[in-house]
Design a protein around this ligand. Structure first.
Ligand code: SF4
Length: 259
C-alpha cells in the first residue's frame, strides 16, 4: 500500500485537475487519518493506520497558518484559484468546522477575493445544522455520493457507522436545494471477497434517481488517479466515464463534469 498523508495543515498550492491552482486546508491530524468513511480508494490510506499523535489543529492555528501563507503568496505575486478543504479525512468532523469556514472566507476576501472556497466532504455530516449552514456559505460545496445502492456504498465507502445509508445521504443533500455539487468516484474491482462495480446499468440508474432528487447544480464524475490502499481496483477510462456522464446528463438535465 502506497498512500500519502498531508503533513501540514495548510498545503500546496497544488494544481488540481478539477479545481485549478488550489491551496489545501487539512483540518485533520498531520500524522494520521480521521474519517467517518474508510473508502477502498482513499489516497490517505485506510483508517487502520490510526489518528496519529498530533491531534486536530485548533481554529486559531488554522487561521494563523492560512493568513501567513496567503500573505506570503500575495507578496510573491502568486495566483490562486481556490482554497480547498480536504486532507487526511473528513473536514466537517472538526468540532469548529463552521467557525473555520467563516475564518477562511474572511481571509479569502482580504487576500484573494477572486478565489473560490471549496469543501470536499463525504456528506456524512451534512445533516448537522451547523455543518450544513457553513457548507451553504462556500462557493463549491462538493459532496460525495458514490452509490445509491446500500450494499455498494457499504462495500466501497465502508462507513464507520451502520446508520449511514444512501437514502439518508440523499435526504441530507436535498436540503441544499441545488447549492451543491455531487461528486461520484467510479471504479470496479474486488476486495475482501466482494466484487464492486458502480458503473453497471443498475448502479447508474440508481444514481440518476438520486441526482434527480438532490438536484445539484453539477455532478462530477471521476476515477482513480493515484495509488489506492485496496490493490485490485480498476480505473474507469475517460471514454467510458464520458459515456456514463452523457447518459446521466440526458436523463437528468444536470451539467456533468467528467475528469
Ligand atoms: S471520505 Fe475521503 S477521506 Fe474519507 S475515506 Fe473516503 S476518500 Fe478518504
Amino acid at each position: 500500500m502506497q498512500t500519502v498523508l498531508f503533513h501540514n495543515t495548510i498545503f500546496g498550492p497544488i494544481h488540481s485537475r478539477r479545481l485549478g491552482i488550489s491551496l489545501g486546508v487539512n483540518l485533520m491530524p498531520n500524522d494520521g487519518k480521521v474519517c467517518s468513511f474508510d473508502c477502498l480508494y482513499c489516497e490517505a490510506g485506510f483508517n487502520a493506520q490510526g489518528h496519529g499523535k498530533d491531534g486536530i489543529p485548533s481554529r486559531e492555528s488554522v487561521k494563523r497558518q492560512l493568513k501567513k501563507k496567503l500573505e506570503t503568496m500575495k507578496a510573491a505575486g502568486d495566483g490562486l484559484d481556490v482554497i480547498t478543504f480536504s486532507g487526511n479525512g473528513e473536514p466537517t468532523l472538526h468540532p469548529h468546522f463552521a467557525e473555520v469556514v467563516h475564518d477562511v472566507i474572511m481571509l479569502r476576501d482580504r487576500y484573494y477575493p477572486e478565489a473560490k472556497v471549496s469543501v470536499l466532504s463525504n456528506s456524512t455530516m451534512a445533516g448537522k445544522k451547523s455543518v450544513a449552514d457553513a457548507l451553504k456559505l462556500v462557493d463549491n460545496n462538493i459532496l460525495k455520493l458514490d452509490s445509491a445502492i446500500a450494499t455498494t456504498l457499504t462495500a466501497l465507502n465502508r462507513p464507520t457507522s451502520p446508520n449511514v445509508i444512501p437514502q439518508g445521504i440523499i435526504a441530507d443533500l436535498k436540503q441544499f436545494t441545488g447549492q451543491c455539487i455531487v461528486q461520484t468516484m467510479m471504479l470496479r474491482g474486488d476486495y475482501d471477497g466482494h466484487h464492486i462495480d458502480n458503473t453497471t446499468d443498475a448502479e447508474v440508474e440508481a444514481l440518476i434517481q438520486a441526482y434527480r432528487e438532490i438536484a445539484p447544480r453539477e455532478v462530477m464524475l471521476y476515477s482513480i488517479d493515484r495509488k489506492t490502499p485496496a490493490e485490485n481496483l480498476v480505473k474507469i477510462e475517460h471514454d467510458e466515464l464520458q459515456a456514463i456522464g452523457d447518459r446521466i446528463a440526458k436523463a437528468t438535465g444536470i451539467p456533468i463534469q467528467v475528469n
